[in-house]
Design a protein around this ligand. Structure first.
Ligand code: ATP
Length: 261
């Protein structure tokens, strides 16, 4: 079990959230949602110690996550990636085998074969020797998913993987997330499209600027009008759920909608 314990974050002394404790259930896809600036990316970066937390830490099966880097596949936000780096698609995927290879070992035929198989799995076999800067956003995201496939980590973090990508890429990525879920991995996805929440996620962490985590738990329990209004705005809650409707089934598009009035 991935556990966040008493995590507090700040940038240059400005607090972002404090004392966040959340459990992430294995074999589930957990979405982290919240308005811009809520601290979603920071929460992941704190867990991974990419940004040092002010307090607290994350642990996996009782051991601090920072001591288990090979257990984590992290697909960061595309905005943070240097696409001018002269490296082709296959080499990016081969990099996913490094943590398991260990120090001083160089990847060989086996690792390249694994990378090719992963590339085929995300439907991009024809792109093996394309420079990474010459891919569409969706293709690039599928390459990072292929890199995570070869990494075989039990824990996968993705920061806005669907932002601005084509529907086919989104569907391919979701298919792989579901395979990972069936294999018992813990999958954590920062996400902004509230319309897809019920479709994509089993569990949800809802964050709000200044308030940290306002709710977390199974989607059916926490994706409610009240929580969305608390985290985002009353208006958004009304648009999503319709005023007077407070059942998460509304957002799931189900017919058995419960009306309060
Ligand atoms: N390196 C940094 N230095 C200073 N402030 C930062 C830094 N990174 C993020 N912040 C600030 O911390 C707050 C939380 O940022 P974060 O990126 O975690 O939010 P987010 O919920 O992921 O937002 P978004 O949906 O816009 O990606 C924001 O106010 C942001 O401006």
């Amino acid at each position: 079990m991935l556990r966040v314990k008493g995590l507090s974050a700040a940038y240059e002394g400005t607090p972002i959230f404090s004392d966040v404790s959340v459990d992430f259930v294995p074999g589930k896809i957990t979405g982290i949602i919240g308005p811009n600036g809520a601290g979603k990316s920071t929460l992941i970066k704190n867990m991974l110690n990419l940004v040092k937390p002010v307090n607290g830490y994350a642990e996996l099966n009782g051991v601090p996550l920072v001591k288990q880097a090979a257990s984590v596949a992290y697909i960061e936000q595309r905005a943070e990636i240097d696409l001018t780096f002269p490296i082709d698609v296959l080499d990016v995927i081969v990099m996913g085998t490094y943590p398991k290879l260990g120090w001083f070992k160089v990847p060989g035929k086996t690792q390249r074969a694994q990378a090719k198989a992963a590339l085929s799995k995300v439907g991009l076999s024809d792109f093996a020797h394309r420079q990474i800067g010459n891919l569409s956003g969706g293709q690039l995201q599928r390459v990072f998913v292929a890199r995570a496939i070869v990494q075989e980590a039990p824990l996968v973090f993705m920061d806005e993987p669907f932002f601005g990508i084509d529907m086919q890429s989104e569907a391919e990525i979701i298919r792989i997330l579901k395979e990972w879920r069936a294999a018992g991995k813990t999958i954590v996805v920062v996400h902004h499209d509230l319309n897809k929440v019920s479709q994509y996620f089993d569990e949800l962490v809802i964050m709000s600027p200044g308030a940290g985590v306002v709710a977390h738990g199974p989607v059916a329990e926490v994706f409610t009008q009240a929580n969305i209004q608390a985290a985002f705005s009353p208006d958004l809650g009304n648009v999503l759920f319709g005023s007077g409707k407070a059942d998460s089934a509304v957002a799931a598009g189900k017919q058995e909608v419960a009306f309060n009035d």
